[in-house]
Unconditional design. Structure first.
Length: 346
């Protein structure tokens, strides 16, 4: 009798533990690959029914979209970037009014392809069906070859979702893959754009409505425009400060440009880093140069002698990862000037 009581108690504890344990994202991600349903309503149900928390449900919806929806490439890209983004939205979705969100989402669901507006609308509709608050955010997304300091207009759409009593930012388009330099869509999931901290998200996403920065003190448009491009590896490598602070460096032929990064700590990993990605290597021809650092303590020094007026972009590389990019504006030196000056960080 005592044995039966012990077994019953043990089973009760095991069931209770199973009910309180959260499902791992790895399990959710794996399951999302295989979910199929005939309608949006049934899809939302299939994706969320196994889970108890809104965070798990949102993850399931997000990962289904990134695994099943292809980015719709239309013609040549005006701004080449290793993420799927165009300079403007195609007419079939960008011009859709908000009441048509479900219609757009259904079209994306059936065709299994979209541009960013379609990704954002599909995410919102599936969240609506699941009873989760979500919003479509429109604004400017700066690509890694965007012209720093120039005027910009809204060209992208992403989402905010309300989970655990707070709003969170995510971008299913940029998380799903990227456009190669051959103008081909490559599916490659990037978890960086799921629940990205607002202070990091603002590096390349500037919303039309400032409240959707989710920051107490958001940067001005001018501040956003004038900063250098920073990739997700900027955050990964814990870069504290950088100089120059402006994204455009003015220099003349004969100058030497110096860029300094101050790190929270230096990566002491002795293993060989992965080879520099193919797209970055392809870009580093003529107008774009990859710069490797000299490490002194916790500072990284990058120096570039300006020998010609053809270079327009400077890639800042650390452990074979692109962390930042500056634009180089070559000035014409007045005749008679002979001294070679050092362009120091400001």
């Amino acid at each position: 009798m005592k044995l039966l009581v012990c077994i019953a108690m043990l089973l009760t504890v095991m069931v209770g533990a199973a009910q309180t344990n959260k499902v791992s994202f790895a399990e959710i991600d794996w399951r999302a690959q295989f979910v199929e349903a005939p309608t949006l309503d049934s899809l939302a149900k299939e994706l969320t029914l196994p889970y108890t928390t809104d965070r798990e449900k949102v993850r399931s919806i997000f990962r289904w979209i990134t695994e099943h929806i292809d980015y719709k490439v239309r013609g040549p890209l005006y701004l080449r970037r290793a993420t799927p983004i165009l300079t403007s939205e195609p007419d079939d979705t960008a011009s859709s009014l908000k009441p048509l969100s479900e219609r757009v989402a259904l079209n994306v669901f059936k065709r299994r392809e979209a541009v960013c507006d379609g990704y954002a609308r599909l995410f919102k509709i599936l969240c609506d069906i699941a009873g989760i608050r979500a919003e479509i955010i429109n604004g400017y997304a700066r690509t890694n070859m965007a012209r720093v300091g120039q005027h910009f207009l809204s060209n992208h759409a992403w989402n905010a979702v309300y989970v655990d009593s707070a709003w969170h930012l995510l971008d299913a388009t940029w998380a799903s893959g990227y456009i190669s330099y051959k103008d081909e869509y490559v599916r490659k999931y990037d978890d960086y754009y799921f629940f990205t901290p607002p202070q990091d998200f603002i590096r390349d996403h500037y919303p039309d409505e400032l409240r959707w920065t989710l920051l107490d003190h958001p940067p001005t448009v001018r501040e956003f425009q004038n900063t250098p491009y920073k990739s997700q590896h900027f955050v990964k490598n814990r870069i504290k400060t950088f100089k120059p602070s402006k994204g455009i460096i003015e220099a003349a032929v004969g100058d030497e440009v110096e860029i300094v990064l101050d790190m929270a700590d230096i990566d002491t990993n002795t293993e060989e880093p992965d080879p520099l990605d193919t797209d970055t290597l392809l870009a580093a021809t003529g107008k774009l140069v990859n710069l490797q650092p000299t490490v002194v303590g916790r500072k990284l020094y990058y120096r570039f002698p300006v020998a010609t007026d053809t270079v327009e972009w400077l890639n800042i590389i650390y452990r074979n990862e692109l962390v930042m990019r500056y634009r180089l504006d070559i000035l014409r030196r007045e005749s008679g000037m002979q001294a070679v000056r050092q362009v120091s960080p400001n």
